[in-house]
Design a protein around this ligand. Structure first.
Ligand SMILES: [Zn+2]
Length: 115
C-alpha cells in the first residue's frame, strides 16, 4: 500500500496554475478569493496571495538584532481551492479537452476554454 502510493506520481499535472484567480473552499479564509502566487506540484499545494496568512517568528541572527514576526501566505492544499472561471465568474470544476495534442482547460459550467 505504501509502496503503491510512493510509485504513483502525485498531482502529475495540476489544473491550477500560477496567476489563476481561485476561490478558497475551506479553512479560515473560506469564501475568499485570491490569485495564485505559486504552485508546489510535488506537495500538491498552492500559495494564494493574502490567503491562509501565518505569522512566522524569525529569530535574531546576530546579537543586537531583534526577532520579529512576519506574516506570510502559507501553502494550502490544491483541493481546497477552486478556479474562478473568467467567463462566467463562478468557481467551477475544470475539464480537460485535448485538441491538436494540446491540453486545454474548460469550465464545466459554461464550457468555455480557459486558456
Ligand atoms: Zn465558466
Amino acid at each position: 500500500m505504501v509502496n503503491a502510493r510512493k510509485s504513483k506520481k502525485q498531482n502529475p499535472k495540476s489544473k491550477i496554475r500560477k496567476g489563476d484567480v481561485v476561490r478558497i473552499l475551506s479553512g479560515k479564509d473560506r469564501g475568499k478569493s485570491g490569485s495564485v502566487m505559486a504552485v508546489l506540484p510535488e506537495r500538491g499545494r498552492v500559495v494564494v496571495d493574502s490567503i491562509n496568512m501565518m505569522m512566522k517568528h524569525v529569530r535574531p541572527k546576530k546579537s543586537g538584532e531583534k526577532g520579529q514576526r512576519v506574516s506570510i501566505a502559507a501553502p494550502m492544499h490544491i483541493s481546497n481551492v477552486q478556479l474562478i472561471c473568467p467567463a462566467c465568474k463562478k468557481s467551477s470544476r475544470l475539464g480537460i479537452k485535448r485538441e491538436d495534442g494540446k491540453r486545454q482547460r474548460i469550465c464545466k459550467k459554461c464550457n468555455t476554454v480557459i486558456d
